[in-house]
Design a protein around this ligand. Structure first.
Ligand SMILES: [Zn+2]
Ligand SMILES: [Zn+2]
Length: 84
């Protein structure tokens, strides 16, 4: 296992179908080059399950729940939805 401390903030996007690493196209958009499938990242609040909003800060990204407020990117639940 190789660790890359410089990428500690980057989320590792794994394809839900083939479990390979996906390539990030934009902050909430990924492509799996194995499946040739585009995915949209959807973040859910771990407490209430509502969709959380991504807030891009300088160097770090956080998520915001309308009910609970800020959520750490380590706690947020990430789903990948297939894009046509
Ligand atoms: Zn895939
Ligand atoms: Zn919430």
């Amino acid at each position: 296992m190789t660790r890359q401390p410089n990428l500690a903030d980057a989320q590792l996007a794994i394809c839900p179908k083939c479990h390979q690493k996906m390539r990030q196209l934009s902050p909430q958009s990924y492509i799996c080059e194995h499946c040739q499938q585009n995915y949209r990242e959807q973040s859910l609040c771990p407490t209430c399950g509502n969709p959380a909003q991504l807030i891009q800060g300088c160097g770090a990204s956080n998520y915001f729940c309308p009910t609970e407020g800020l959520i750490s990117s380590k706690k947020v639940i990430i789903h990948y939805l297939e894009k046509e």
